[in-house]
Design a protein around this ligand. Structure first.
Ligand code: LLP
Length: 437
């Protein structure tokens, strides 16, 4: 039997040396559904949702809400599941709004982000009853006011503020700094000016403030630090404008381990620490505790996902290096090409063989940057027809997939209780030409 330490509890190895995911044999799943194949472990998804929802129930005032950040992975079944788990939703586009509508999501719990909502987007969102807009500029506040007035309604808004915090994550996903394209800076006075404006606009109701310091956050105290800055801002607004907002949204969730050396985050314990820090800040500032929101994406879906590929071949260049080529690539997982993201990659049909070969795992797209991971340990016998699993691919893989080289996107198969169900079907060649006139 295997004694290998796995990157996630939902991975095991059976006596044949097959990798099992969510208790199911990946080799059989690959046979049944073909590759490349995205798998999602439904029990793990619910488990991850509940870590947040239970910690919120225990630690924050009633009315606090966890929103699933649908950008991490949006398809109807996924959004429906987040709804079943009592979560709200963070959306950033009409496409995500439409997916929520089609999933039967309670639209009053949907929060619409984006640093550029067009007038058409604003109208579309309001027409579909989106509960709250997360406004990022004065121009946008005017646009939301105009649409709300047209419709003779009041629209809830959160105002997105940049607290000036650097979360030390990688640059492209680092968003809380003052010079970010997102939000209104506290430091420059632009945040306060926007609040002043929003309070004057008769069809807007300020639900509270939003900040997001970045993604893949591991720093011990990042959320405490941003909550402190935000609560101080809220207290100042109460003192200067006489308005105390009821809600504080702290943005995206915690980071996840992609490789064993990343370590783990005890999310429930961290949330309890954030709550304690918020309580003491509120006492110090003399304000009542706001309802808290967070918008985790990655930590809900990442380790509930796994991608399976079939190997096309092993190429060894003597004196240089080896490549293992697979039947997918940057088209279904662009994260190494974009961010140098790390992954745990496993020989799914040969888990008990010793891994004595080191090779780059590369895709089938026509460019050298099409790499899933460098220097992966593989059995020396790996070759055409073998199966490779890339772990922890539930977040920002399907949602960032493309049809580069006109590759059809893989299906998503949900696993639960020994059963498997297709939640998103495989794209066909006909799908690829369907828009061409
Ligand atoms: N809320 C806001 C306003 C965000 O911008 C994000 C992520 C989230 C919530 C969700 O954060 P999470 O819990 O997933 O860390 N494509 C990149 C990640 C970009 C994240 C952008 N915003 C990647 O593949 O790593």
């Amino acid at each position: 039997m295997s004694t290998e330490t796995m990157i996630c509890e939902n991975l095991t190895v059976d006596a044949r040396g097959h990798l099992n995911f969510a208790g199911q044999d990946t080799v059989s799943l690959a046979k049944e559904y073909g590759t490349p194949l995205y798998l999602m472990d439904e029990d793990r998804l619910r488990h991850n949702c509940r870590i947040y929802t239970e910690a919120f129930r225990k630690n924050f005032v009633p009315g606090s809400l966890v929103l699933y950040a649908s950008k991490a992975n949006a398809f109807k079944r996924m959004l429906a599941l987040a709804g079943e788990e009592g979560m709200g939703l963070d959306v950033v586009s009409p496409g995500e709004i439409y997916t929520a509508v089609k999933a039967g999501f309670d639209m009053s719990k949907v929060y619409f982000h984006s640093n550029n909502k067009t007038d058409a987007d604003v109208a579309f969102a309001m027409a579909h009853g989106v509960g709250c807009f997360v406004a990022e500029s004065e121009e946008e506040l005017y646009a939301i006011e105009a649409e709300a007035k047209n419709r003779g309604k009041h629209q809830r808004v959160l105002i997105r503020v940049t607290p000036g915090i650097d979360c030390h994550s990688y640059e492209a996903v680092n968003t809380g700094k003052v010079d970010s394209k997102f939000g209104l800076a506290i430091e420059t006075g632009q945040a306060e000016a926007a609040v002043r404006l929003a309070l004057d606009l008769p069809h807007l109701e300020i639900e509270g403030f939003h900040c997001h310091v970045g993604s893949q956050v591991f720093g011990e105290d990042v959320f405490q630090r941003s909550a402190t800055v935000m609560l101080e801002f809220m207290a100042r607004i109460r003192n200067t404008l006489g308005y105390l907002a009821p809600t504080l949204n702290l943005g995206g969730g915690y980071g996840v381990p992609y490789v064993l050396s990343d370590g783990t985050v005890d999310i429930a314990a961290r949330i309890a620490e954030v709550a304690a820090s918020i309580r003491s800040d509120c006492a110090r500032l003399g304000i009542r505790e706001p309802r808290i929101q967070m918008e985790p994406g990655r930590s809900i879906v990442a380790d509930a996902g796994l991608t399976l590929y079939t190997v096309g071949g092993l190429k060894t260049i003597p004196g240089y290096k080896s490549y293992v080529s697979i039947d997918g690539g940057m088209s279904d997982n662009p994260r190494f090409a974009l961010y140098g993201a790390r992954y745990t990659c496993l020989p799914a049909d040969k888990m008990l063989e010793e891994r004595t070969l080191t090779a780059d795992l590369v895709g089938r797209c026509c460019e050298s940057g099409d790499v899933i991971q460098e220097a992966v340990p593989f059995p020396a016998s790996i070759g055409r027809g073998d199966l490779v699993a890339v772990c922890t691919t539930g977040a920002y893989n399907y949602s960032m997939a493309s049809n580069y080289n006109r590759l059809p996107r893989p299906p998503i198969v949900m696993l639960h209780g020994g059963e498997s169900t297709v939640a998103v079907r495989r794209e066909t060649l006909e799908d690829l030409v369907a828009l061409d006139l």
